[in-house]
Design a protein around this ligand. Structure first.
Ligand SMILES: NC(=O)c1ccc[n+]([C@@H]2O[C@H](COP(=O)([O-])OP(=O)(O)OC[C@H]3O[C@@H](n4cnc5c(N)ncnc54)[C@H](O)[C@@H]3O)[C@@H](O)[C@H]2O)c1
Length: 327
């Protein structure tokens, strides 16, 4: 990780959940960090995510697709971590064109300008497991067919392909991390559509019982945000990238009901209750998911280090301290 000392690093979406954790770690490692993020309404960004950083982080409140994004930022970057995006699958069903604008059009404009002003620069993009849709088999590897079930998956896949296409033609040196459900500090608990773990953490932080949709037998492999940050750092610093796509998964595949029961126990909250999916929720449910992350383990030496129970305890501590501070 010495590779980042005094490097100019751009983090798009760096006021958001994963981006802010990454920006803080990069600053700690001695990088000169610039965050590009206008805090798009409805996304999970929050300027407070970078407050109190002991190291300077420069924030440019600009859309990555805006024509007035300063060219010098692109030209001077040694590495670009591209995490700008909208995560909500439900929002993409309700407002597909908004999702298209954020996840695809803005990315296209940004990547074209980046390739023009800084050809060959390393880019690490936050992709999503949602591109696989309902898995044909488990665990899901990178060769799994692509058949997303919502607009968010389609739009994120288009952005994924921009990174691949521009790399195949030598204009960028990009790779895409296809993330499973990420959880941890800075996840925006009060923004709708941030996923099941945000919903769980919000209720547990308030001492409320969890609700499980369906029978709770769907598998998930939650990954703690510090481990995801490690994956971005490794991909950003690798001398060469043997592959362009890497699955990022958690250390264990757990049933949602196991996740809910364990998290409730750790939070000291009564056992979860079960309820039916709404028709809209059912339409974007992918059933079970579990990532095969052996490619990034083999090629870049990454694996998730944080067991689920330890990650939940750290997350609950974070949110409870914040809530107590605002009480
Ligand atoms: N959180 C997860 O579990 C998860 C899972 C799979 C993929 N991802 C991907 O990881 C990325 C980051 O997710 P997150 O959970 O940190 O989301 P987040 O909503 O917390 O943060 C995203 C940030 O991107 C910013 N942003 C959006 N569009 C922008 C634009 N055009 N220009 C500049 N900034 C823009 C938003 O303002 C926000 O601060 C997203 O692209 C998402 O698709 C996240």
């Amino acid at each position: 990780m010495k590779a980042y000392s005094n490097q100019n690093v751009l983090v798009t979406g760096g006021l958001g959940f994963i981006g802010s954790n990454l920006a803080l770690r990069l600053a700690e490692l001695g990088a000169q960090v610039t965050v590009i993020d206008p805090c798009i309404p409805g996304c999970g960004g929050n300027p407070a995510n970078l407050h109190g950083s002991p190291f300077p982080i420069h924030v440019v409140p600009c859309d990555i697709g805006a024509p007035d994004l300063p060219t010098a930022l692109l030209r001077d970057a040694d590495v670009v971590f591209n995490l700008a995006g909208e995560v909500s699958h439900m929002a993409s069903i309700q407002e597909p064109e908004r999702d298209l604008a954020i996840n695809t059009v803005a990315q296209l404009r940004f990547l074209q300008r980046l390739a023009h002003h800084h050809p060959g620069v390393r880019v690490v993009f936050a992709g999503t497991r949602q591109v696989y849709g309902v898995p044909d088999y488990l665990p899901v590897d990178e060769s799994h067919p692509i058949h997303p079930v919502d607009f968010n998956g389609v739009h994120k896949y288009a952005a994924t392909m921009y990174h691949h296409m521009l790399s195949n033609s030598g204009q960028l040196d990009a790779c895409v991390l296809r993330l499973t459900n990420v959880y941890g500090p800075h996840l925006s608990l009060h923004t709708p559509g941030q996923g099941v773990l945000a919903a769980f953490l919000r209720k547990l932080s308030l001492g409320e019982r969890l609700e499980i949709l369906g029978d709770g037998r769907q598998l998930r492999d939650p990954v703690y945000v510090d481990d995801v940050v490690d994956a971005f750092l490794l991909a950003g610093a690798a001398a060469t990238l043997p592959s362009r796509s890497y699955n990022i998964g958690g250390p264990q595949a757990l049933e949602l009901r196991q996740i809910a029961i364990l998290a409730s126990e750790l939070a000291g909250v009564d056992a979860p209750v079960y309820r039916e999916f709404s028709a809209e929720q059912k339409s974007i449910d992918i059933g079970s998911y579990w990532a095969d992350f052996s490619r990034i383990q083999r090629e870049l030496g990454w694996s998730p280090a944080t067991p689920f129970a330890a990650g939940i305890v750290k997350s609950l501590d974070h949110y409870r301290i914040r809530m107590a501070a605002h009480a």
